[in-house]
Design a binder for this molecule. Structure first.
Ligand code: SF4
Length: 471
């Protein structure tokens, strides 16, 4: 029997999907790339953008039509707002929170689904019969006229499930889930709930195992990764101490690996995090630090909980302690009420902080976020104009960095075939995209040293001078 998963949204959803895949594999299902072949088909949803929600509705409309011709079980999980969840209950067979993933086999069995390993311990074990059945599933089962399970235990977290990694050289490791910040433009605190940190010993064990298996790129994931440990009632490592420990393990492993994290919040960033990155060779010299706006008044309306002075202080630590590190950010243009002068302050921030990359978004109200109720008063044409101007500013500062790479030999991780025929592509430690002429696909997943011959603002092209083969 086969299953298929559609993944929408951010890297966190991809990491979650790897854990769903592990559960499906344990049940004996095999993955299929072709939706139409699947017996169980699901979607890891994203409520952050309307486009993603529209996609969920168009997919389930199609899948429900298929049910006239074949047996098919559908499910949805991921970032789902309470309102959407209620609508999905009428459309999907199963709607569950990622925290409830360990209960997924029990949910399938409640539907009378005979899984490929239906006699396995997963479905029939005492453990699974006692597992928590979430409210969402209870609602769904009630709609289906099913009897509720009698025993309820504390819901496990997604990370309690060992994932199937889709890549053999890069992995995304959740270390924290949820958010307590409540930025007014964002719905994440309502879809993923409050901050919960994963036990550090689990993270250390998973990362150490990946390093031993030769993984080259490991990214620690969380909505607010540097508030790691702050939610714990018991003593837990600080984010800086966790990073330092992982860096120490990686540095002494004999393997070359780049360890990243995303996304930190400027409010919770401490100098000892930057010091740990400076101290440990394996902690990648690349920081993604969302600024969102360069204007204090806009930051207050966004409820970002940090000022530009605070942001400047953090960038100062990065420049002092990590010379040469690349700096990425996220920016929203045309947020409710943003004046020309406030937009100019964001332009000034691009010039001041000399970003290598900024993910710039034109503001659009997100259902579920506080600002959804506010008037979206910046005309689309103005947002478009500001987007174009800011992109132009960004290209100038980014090009100043990549120009310095010209003629240099840089190490890069080869990740895939490039869109340009005959080329392979990947990125440097600082996540600058590099491509080079080669059809040797055995290099994918390896480090190579490349001499840079030409550059653009966000990428470079060169020729391999050395392949880095691990003993
Ligand atoms: S910090 Fe703000 S933008 Fe990031 S997840 Fe939390 S609420 Fe959303």
């Amino acid at each position: 029997m086969k299953y298929h998963i559609v993944i929408l949204g951010c890297q966190m959803n991809y990491a979650d999907a790897e854990r769903v895949q592990a559960v499906m594999a344990k049940l004996g299902y095999t993955f299929t790339q072709r939706e139409e072949e699947a017996d169980v088909i699901g979607i890891i949803a994203c409520s952050v953008r309307q486009k993603a929600i529209d996609k969920v509705y168009s997919k389930i409309a199609k899948w429900n039509k298929w049910k006239n011709k074949k047996n098919l079980i559908t499910f949805v999980s991921g970032c789902v707002l309470p309102d959407d969840r209620m609508k999905f209950l009428k459309l999907f067979d199963l709607v569950f929170d990622m925290k409830e993933l360990a209960s997924f086999p029990a949910m399938l069995s409640q539907y009378g689904v005979t899984t490929p390993v239906s006699n396995s311990s997963i479905v029939n074990s005492e453990e699974m019969s006692e597992v928590a059945r979430p409210a969402t599933v209870a609602e769904k089962l009630a709609l289906a006229g099913a009897k509720p399970l009698s025993k309820v235990a504390a819901a496990p977290e997604t990370w309690d499930v060992t994932p199937i990694y889709n890549s053999e050289f890069e992995a995304f490791i959740p270390i924290q889930n949820g958010c307590n910040k409540f930025c007014t433009f964002c719905a994440v605190p309502y879809t993923r709930g409050r901050e919960v940190s994963r036990p550090s010993e689990d993270i250390i064990e998973e990362v150490a195992a990946l390093i031993e298996r030769g993984y080259k790129s490991i990214t620690l994931l969380g909505q607010n990764v540097n508030s790691y440990g702050l939610d714990k009632k018991v003593a837990e490592l600080s984010f800086a101490a966790l990073l330092d420990k992982l860096g120490e393990i990686a540095d002494s492993s004999g393997h070359e690996v780049w360890i990243y994290f995303t996304s930190p919040h400027p409010k919770d960033m401490t100098r000892d995090v930057i010091e740990a990155i400076a101290r440990r060779r394996s902690l990648a010299k690349q920081i993604h630090l969302p600024v969102q706006s360069g204007d204090d008044k806009v930051l207050i309306r966004m409820n970002r909980k940090h000022s530009m002075a605070r942001y400047r202080e953090v960038v100062g630590w990065i420049r002092d302690l990590l010379p040469g590190a690349s700096l990425f950010t996220d920016i929203i243009v045309g947020f409710t009420g943003e004046t020309d002068e406030q937009f100019e302050n964001t332009r000034a921030a691009i010039r001041e902080f000399e970003y290598n990359m900024a993910y710039i978004a034109m503001y659009s109200p997100r259902p579920g976020a506080a600002s959804f109720a506010w008037q979206d008063d910046i005309p689309h044409a103005v947002k478009k104009e500001r987007y174009a101007v800011l992109t132009g500013d960004l290209e100038k500062v980014a090009l100043a960095y990549t120009r310095k790479m010209k003629g240099e030999t840089v190490r890069m991780l080869v990740r895939a075939k490039d869109r340009k025929d005959g080329y392979l592509t990947g990125h440097t430690e600082g996540k600058i995209i590099v491509r080079f002429l080669s059809e040797d696909e055995s290099l994918i997943g390896q480090f190579v040293d490349v001499k840079i011959e030409s550059v653009r603002p966000f990428s470079a092209e060169g020729a391999v001078v050395k392949e880095v083969v691990e003993a």
